[in-house]
Design a binder for this molecule. Structure first.
Ligand code: B12
Length: 211
């Protein structure tokens, strides 16, 4: 890891958003790869924040300011991550599932998909099964993408797939799931079409499934 990436990671952990964004601008200007800043700087910072929260070193306010710092750096990286939008490829409906308000990962997935030429309908956070079903009926997307960060809210993914089935629209879409606590095993268990551990993998899988 370069010194610059390490510095960005530390600023984010400490919740220093201006310093983190400034360091990211400097690193990009010096030729540091934006993908590496995202992975080893920002996402690594969030894992560390989560670890400190679990051990009681951090409390909710510290987790919040770290999240805000990360959110501030993402637009700095965006032009270097997504490039020029390609021709329209397909359409996705995305949301964080019911009971869950974490949206940083979902927003990154959305950003990468849009950069790759997808139209993305963002249902936001705390999205219940009926809202996903309604969006499939109204938007006729190729993909339904669900994000969850809390172990307990993962069950809502299963309920959403069941609701899509009950509404008779399950076969019309490919369902993708993700978020830190998810696994391929859980995705298989609930009958999702795919799981990916990061936003790049999500875009690659969507591309593969469309062609
Ligand atoms: C930042 C954060 C917050 C922020 C959220 C800000 C926001 N706007 O999202 C704040 C401070 C508000 C917060 C609140 C809470 N949090 Co919180 N939070 C985190 C933290 C530190 C980082 C999450 C994050 O943004 N990671 C970075 C992103 C980029 O990673 P990601 O989401 O995993 O996304 C990537 C991939 O997973 C994938 N992906 C994501 N979605 C999708 C979807 C698809 C379809 C695909 C294919 C891929 C994909 O691509 C992304 C990019 O590569 C985690 C710790 C952790 N290790 O995850 C805890 C964590 C998730 N939080 C936790 C908890 C407990 C809470 C609270 C309940 C705390 C409380 N007492 O109030 C509340 C939740 C309220 C609610 N109902 O939602 C726990 C959950 C524990 C559990 N086992 O369920 C964690 C694990 C912390 C911990 N170690 O205890 N949190």
């Amino acid at each position: 890891m370069t010194q610059a990436i390490e510095a960005i990671r530390d600023w984010v952990i400490r919740g220093k958003r201006n310093e983190a964004a400034e360091e990211a601008r400097r690193a990009l200007a010096a030729g540091v790869d934006a993908g590496a800043i995202m992975k080893d700087g920002l996402i690594a910072a969030m894992s560390e924040v989560g670890r400190r929260y679990s051990t009681g070193e951090f409390f909710l306010p510290q987790m919040m300011i770290a999240a805000r710092a990360m959110t501030e750096v993402i637009p700095v990286l965006k032009p270097h991550l997504v490039g020029e939008a390609a021709a329209k490829r397909g359409k996705a409906v995305i949301g964080t599932v019911a009971g869950d308000f974490h949206d940083i990962g979902k927003n990154i997935v959305k950003m990468m998909l849009e950069g790759a030429g997808y139209e993305v309908v963002d249902l936001g956070v705390d999205v219940g099964p009926e809202k996903f079903v309604e969006a499939v009926a109204n938007e006729t997307p190729n993909f339904v993408l669900m994000s969850a960060l809390i172990t307990l809210t993962m069950e809502s993914m299963r309920r959403t797939i069941e609701a899509l089935d009950a509404a008779g629209v399950r076969a019309a879409v490919r369902v993708g799931v993700g978020g830190a606590p998810l696994t391929q095993k859980f995705a298989d268990e609930i009958g999702a079409d795919f799981y990916s551990q990061d936003a790049y993998g999500c875009v690659e899988t969507c591309n593969r499934m469309l062609h």
